[in-house]
Design a protein around this ligand. Structure first.
Ligand SMILES: C[S@@+](CC[C@H](N)C(=O)[O-])C[C@H]1O[C@@H](n2cnc3c(N)ncnc32)[C@H](O)[C@@H]1O
Length: 319
């Protein structure tokens, strides 16, 4: 299983990503398969290319960051003949920041392919089945799932790990784009939600690619290492216990090959990390984790803001 060579030098994937990602395409109608919905910059000064993701909005950061000027005005923008998008513009120094309002987010969701492509309709069905379940707000949003799937494709990933499966939305999105030989280790401690996830892997015809691990994510990662699977994974998505991020990260650094990607969810934690008045254990833990990653010379990092409050706002927009 383990290929020691994979640990010793940067892979082609890392340099390709570096070259094409500086900055990454925001929206490019000419590249039909690979469209990034958020801009990001990937620095590749180091051997390991790691990707570092956030899911809160820039708006939240602005609110708490003293350096940001107050909101200037609400602007009404007509972006095409029959679509009106209201964007709330703010300034950060001389840079303009466009916050993602529900209207703008609704527009973004119209650019998610979940409803159109038959292979992805199963994702919509899963989302709809779990919409009223306890914890459904934890599910990644359709645009985030699309981004994850695309990163897996860009990387040419075959071996992936997900920590925090819930009912399987993000893992299903990943499994659907893995090749037939692909392998996704899906870690979740809650047996009940895992049953739903398994049902959908089955229905989508991807259960042969998904290795479900019921239990604590840390235990699974340690057992993979003991099983001599170090450096054999291409991609990891972390969406489990927030206070364990540092430990997950250290274990994943052993499991993911050089040039692989580790995507970590919720690093802005609803904007709380930027508010010095918020010091609950999860916020402090994520804040400390962000700081340590920033100083960690073993990895290249990029913090990306993606919007996720779609559950409350407009699920009907993606139907
Ligand atoms: C944010 S949800 C994951 C959402 C999922 N990625 C999706 O898109 O549907 C977090 C999940 O992590 C699980 N979890 C929390 N702590 C965990 C741990 N220590 N080990 C394994 N799973 C854990 C929770 O039970 C929950 O289902």
């Amino acid at each position: 299983m383990t290929n020691p060579n994979r640990c010793s030098y940067p892979s082609m994937a890392s340099s390709l990503l570096y070259r094409s990602a500086n900055p990454v395409v925001t929206f490019c109608p000419f590249i039909s398969r690979y469209i990034l919905s958020q801009s990001s910059v990937v620095l590749s000064r180091y051997k390991n290319l790691r990707f570092y993701s956030a899911t809160s909005t820039i708006t939240a950061v602005q609110r708490y960051d003293g350096r940001v000027r107050a909101s200037k005005s609400e602007q009404l923008r007509s972006c095409c003949a029959d679509t009106v998008v209201i964007a709330k513009d703010d300034k950060y120094g001389n840079k303009q920041i466009i916050s993602v309002t529900p209207h703008l987010y609704g527009y973004m969701l119209t650019n998610v392919r979940e409803p159109e492509e038959p292979v992805f309709q199963i994702l919509r069905e899963l989302r709809e089945e779990t919409a009223n379940m306890r914890g459904s707000q934890m599910q990644v949003s359709p645009d985030q799932a699309q981004l994850l799937a695309m990163l897996v494709q860009i990387l040419g990933a075959e071996r992936c790990i997900e920590l925090g499966v819930y009912t399987g939305y993000s893992s299903l999105a990943i499994a659907l784009v893995l090749p037939e030989s692909g392998h996704l280790v899906a870690c979740e401690r809650d047996a009940e939600s895992l049953e739903i996830a398994k049902k959908y892997y089955e229905r989508a015809g991807v259960s042969n690619k998904v290795d479900v691990k019921h239990g604590l994510a840390v235990d699974t990662l340690k057992s993979l290492i003991l099983n001599e699977e170090a450096c054999s994974y291409d991609f990891a998505f972390v969406d489990a216990e927030k206070r364990m991020y540092h430990e997950y990260f250290e274990l994943l650094l052993q499991l993911v090959r050089v040039g692989g990607l580790i995507v970590i969810d919720n690093v802005l934690w609803h904007g709380k990390v930027a508010n010095p008045l918020v010091n609950d254990p999860k916020t402090v833990s994520i804040r400390n984790f962000n700081r340590s990653i920033m100083e960690d010379k073993r990895v290249s990092i990029s913090m990306v803001s993606t919007y996720r409050r779609w559950h409350d706002n407009m699920p009907q927009k993606v139907k």
